[in-house]
Write a protein that binds this ligand. Sequence first.
Ligand code: SAJ
Length: 437
Amino acid sequence: MSALLLSKFKERKARVGVIGLGYVGLPLAVEFAKVGFDVIGLDVDAQRTARLNRGENYIKDVDGDELAELVAAGKFKATTDYGYVRKLDAVSICVPTPLNKLKDPDVSFIVDVMDHLVENLHDDLLIVLESTTYPGTTRELVLPRLEKTGYTIGESIYLCFSPERIDPGNVHYQVHNTPKVIGGVTETCTKVGHALYQQIVETVVPVSSPESAEMVKLLENTYRSINIGLVNEIALMCEKLGVDVWEVIDAAATKPFGFMKFTPGPGLGGHCIPIDPHYLSWKMKTLDYKARFIELAGEINTDMPYHVVELVSKGLNRRQKAVNGSRILILGVAYKKDIDDVRESPALDVIKLLEEEGATVEYYDPYVRTIRWKETEKPGLKTMTPENIREMDAVVILTDHGNVNYDLVKREAKLIIDTRNVYPLNHDAHIIRLGVG
Ligand code: SAJ
């Protein structure tokens, strides 16, 4: 193991690179720079690197002033030039791993990084893959590309996987106080990776292999997807049973052990939970194994937007109205409360389905001014007034943002479909609550 590299990590004299300056990479880069490392941020987007070099921040979880100070002090520099890797002692890869149109893993961003990385390798370099991916990616896709250049992994180049655990908008758990799992291709790799990450994270959790570390992340997020699917199905059952699912869940959550509260909703949004489990089920298919829980949860969660539209149709029908020709206001399009992210948001599915049924659909979301819609922009209502609520045949609450006047909605709306228990234990005739029969 390279004593020089370890001492550079320990004395924080190492030069650290982060590839991919998004919601994972930029906070990580700032964390390394904050504790004293010289950090190079690498990204393919020249506009993004130019903005960063002007000290301009674009990630809500990053403190803009802190970033500007680090840039001014020369502790952080952004670039599109992979040549800088020749001067780095470590590099963390935080590029996107989306699904393609067939819902299969798209690891092209990792491959692109590797194509550039192998041109700039040198002795005493730690490489850590952080992008969420299927078990085996580090060993099957990254390792061969490094070995082909003649380097021996575990002797002059060290390779690990360490899952990112960034929770956008979480003000309590940030990089430094979220335990970091890391698994190296060799024991020495794990030790070298541990030596670096313990400089920025209070707790480093070494595991025996990159596959183990890759699987940790997938277990974490598959656990959420499946439990959300479970409560969504329980909600459908409660509607048929004439029970209030929210009351049931709150009462179940009083159990002080062996139960974790999840709540039903209009579907599954975000860039993690709807995506990550499919990396695991895809890999298992290549091993001729059907990941049944993942597939079933996916079916139930994907079906929720259709169920919301059924509730809208049921409510309008009570007022002898059809969906076709009705004016409907969607309240909240972000994928979860108090954030501005609409990626994979079920609201986009609900809007699409209602428009296909002939409804005229508007939306209001204080965090989302406009959305990309059919190759153009669809702006939301600028404000929510008694007048523009009264004009609507139905209001559909899909995100329970904290800064919306729900009392106004309850007073003025003709019909409300509440999918987030904004109106708990409510029996008003004009309110239909998801999961309540
Ligand atoms: N959702 C429900 N019911 C629930 C919880 C979530 O319907 O009980 C929905 C949300 O509305 C959203 C989707 O599921 O549409 C995902 O919600 P999430 O709370 O899992 O939030 P994410 O997507 O921001 O997940 C992130 C993940 N962080 C990382 O991957 C590093 C996840 O692992 C975290 O556990 C999660 O934040 C968190 O705990 O907030």
